[in-house]
Design a protein around this ligand. Structure first.
Ligand SMILES: C[S@@+](CC[C@H](N)C(=O)[O-])C[C@H]1O[C@@H](n2cnc3c(N)ncnc32)[C@H](O)[C@@H]1O
Length: 296
């Protein structure tokens, strides 16, 4: 089943550790993936480790509060061998602060604590480092996973799960599970006047590590990113031509693309080359007369 719900968190880990995860989630994952060695590089209060050991699975728990930094230290080196499953449960951006005053540990905020990132871009980049570290510690054919939720605050919705999926190799993603959250502080608030519903679910993303050299991994990720960018250019130009009635002259297409664009960006003429390149070589347009383009 891809939708999970455990109204009772169970006895694992500490209920007072903010953002603590139910051990049921891990035990379900273990029943499915049958690991012999499991690693949690952000174990928090240790729910996952207790849940694993209860099932007779060898388990290694690491965390910044115990001196392991997923942004600097290799999980593989810390564990000493590849694991069958490496699953993390990072902070959901800055929703709950872990280190420092008001947090769960330490007198001062740790600069590499993922709950103290500067902004979403910083968090998403660091999550990619963390996930590549997890992947490296997973044996080929084994699984790496993350349990993560999205965050809405001040009218901004940050979909961290979508960013994680976009940054890891698409051919390794094997499962996206949704887990209902129970007893969240937001679920206890009345929100009759709110425009959008509170987020009461989180995601479990699972990848299966394939045999790939680092160079091939980089090439795969770069190809996926550039395919997406190429597709975005084509989608935008197509949307512009459709809005202009399916046929337009180049000047109008340029004007529609640049509409509302800051002068500073417009000053760089290379975007016009890109527009012409899409019109000329995507195979989606015909030029009916000089400078007039229509959907093919
Ligand atoms: C959501 S909590 C994990 C909770 C845990 N699953 C439980 O049930 O108790 C996130 C953990 O990530 C840890 N963390 C944050 N940044 C880290 C980093 N750079 N390296 C390792 N752990 C980090 C925090 O210290 C915190 O314990």
């Amino acid at each position: 089943m891809s939708i999970l719900s455990y109204p009772q968190r169970g006895p694992w880990g500490s209920a007072s550790w903010r953002g603590n995860m139910s051990g049921h989630v891990y035990q379900d994952l273990f029943r499915q993936l049958k690991p012999r060695l499991f690693v949690d590089p952000m174990m928090g209060s240790g729910s996952s480790i207790e849940a694993a050991r209860e099932m007779g699975i060898d388990a290694v728990g690491l965390d910044l509060h115990a001196g392991f930094n997923i942004l600097r230290d290799s999980i593989l080196a810390a564990v000493g061998k590849h694991a069958d499953v490496v699953c993390s449960h990072p902070p959901y951006g800055g929703q709950i602060k872990y280190s420092g005053p008001g947090g769960m540990w330490g007198d001062i905020a740790h600069p590499d604590d993922l709950s103290h990132c500067i902004d979403d871009a910083d968090f998403n980049e660091k999550m990619q480092i963390a996930l590549l570290n997890q992947r490296e510690a997973t044996r080929p054919g084994g699984h790496y996973a993350v349990i993560i939720g999205d965050w809405r605050r001040d009218g901004k919705y940050s979909s961290y799960q979508a960013e994680c999926i976009a940054r890891m190799p698409a051919d390794e993603l094997v499962s996206v599970l949704i887990k209902q959250q129970h007893n969240t502080s937001s679920s206890r608030k009345a929100y009759g006047t709110m425009k959008y519903p509170f987020i009461t679910h989180e995601y479990i993303l699972v990848w299966c590590r394939r045999q790939k050299s680092t160079f091939l991994l980089l090439a795969t990720l770069a190809r996926e990113q550039s395919q997406r960018l190429r597709g975005t250019w084509r989608a935008i130009i197509r949307n512009v031509v459709m809005t202009l009635g399916g046929k337009a002259d180049l000047k109008s297409i340029y004007a529609a693309v640049a509409n509302g664009c800051p002068e500073r960006l417009k000053a760089n003429p290379s975007w016009k080359d890109k527009v012409r390149q899409v019109l000329n070589s995507s195979g989606e347009y015909v030029s009916e007369a000089r400078g007039i383009w229509a959907l093919a």
